[in-house]
Design a protein around this ligand. Structure first.
Ligand code: GLP
Length: 239
């Protein structure tokens, strides 16, 4: 794993944007894997600024998001669909965007469909990832099989608590989500993991020091041959 150490969140976001924009320029019909949460919002803001200033076009880009809550309408400000439209898609010229459908009548079929869709597009070229405090990637909670394809997860209480800041109350945080599986994530040709802030210091420490185990999902990234981590000083403060 290649580690880029940066000062702070802003520098992390701008370095990540540089890498992503370079990819978009290099490969016209690049397939991007996108993430939600607090971590990539700075990256998306930087992409929008670049789009306005330099006109980088996303017309031929296809994006696949990592995960989606089960049971939230697209119009719900807490759905990841809404997050992506609001934080990025409506500001740039991207036309081909996919997220798992958390309202699909047959969720199992939806999971299969999503993996098939990614495969039909030739897989993901560059996957953006954040990390949960418990080491989750996407919504793959500790204990998830490394061989899991896209699947339904029951969210850990700690994950619901961590994400409750966006909802009116913890009771409104969904209990289930669809997530790209670890197998799906690991098939990406290149992975960019963004880590910022003291809250992530313990997870970062574990990732760098400890063995590969399903109890710490992000640890599987050590087996991937093209992973870059951009981490800020606070995230690296425990290492
Ligand atoms: C969330 C998302 C993940 C994200 C992680 C960290 O639950 N499902 O995709 O990477 O947890 O979130 P944040 O960036 O807000 O710390």
């Amino acid at each position: 794993m290649n580690i880029i150490q940066v000062k702070n969140y802003d520098e992390m976001s701008s370095k990540a944007a540089d890498i992503l924009i370079k990819k978009v320029h290099e490969k016209k019909n690049v397939k991007l894997g996108l993430a939600t949460g607090g971590t990539p919002t700075g990256l998306y803001k930087t992409l929008i600024e670049d789009y306005k200033k330099n006109g980088t076009s996303y017309k031929d880009v296809t994006s696949f998001n990592l995960d989606e809550y089960i049971g939230l309408e697209k119009e719900d400000p807490n759905s990841y669909y809404y997050y992506m439209v609001d934080s990025l898609f409506k500001h740039i010229d991207i036309e081909h965007t996919y997220l798992p459908n958390g309202l699909a009548p047959n969720i199992e079929r939806e999971c299969k469909r999503y993996d098939q869709l990614i495969a039909e597009h030739g897989g993901i070229d560059l996957q953006i990832l954040g990390i949960g405090e418990n080491g989750h990637i996407g919504f793959n909670e500790p204990g998830t099989s490394f061989n899991a394809p896209t699947h339904v997860v029951t969210l850990e209480e700690s994950t619901r608590q961590a994400n409750a800041r966006y909802f009116n109350s913890i009771d409104d945080v969904p209990t289930h989500a669809i997530t790209m599986g670890i197998e799906t994530i690991m098939k990406s040709k290149e992975i960019l993991l963004l880590v910022s802030g003291e809250k992530k210091a313990e997870a970062m420490n574990k990732l760098l020091q400890e063995d590969i185990t399903e109890d710490f999902p992000a640890s599987i990234l050590k087996k991937h041959n093209c992973v870059t981590i951009i981490a800020d000083q606070q995230a690296l403060s425990g290492v």
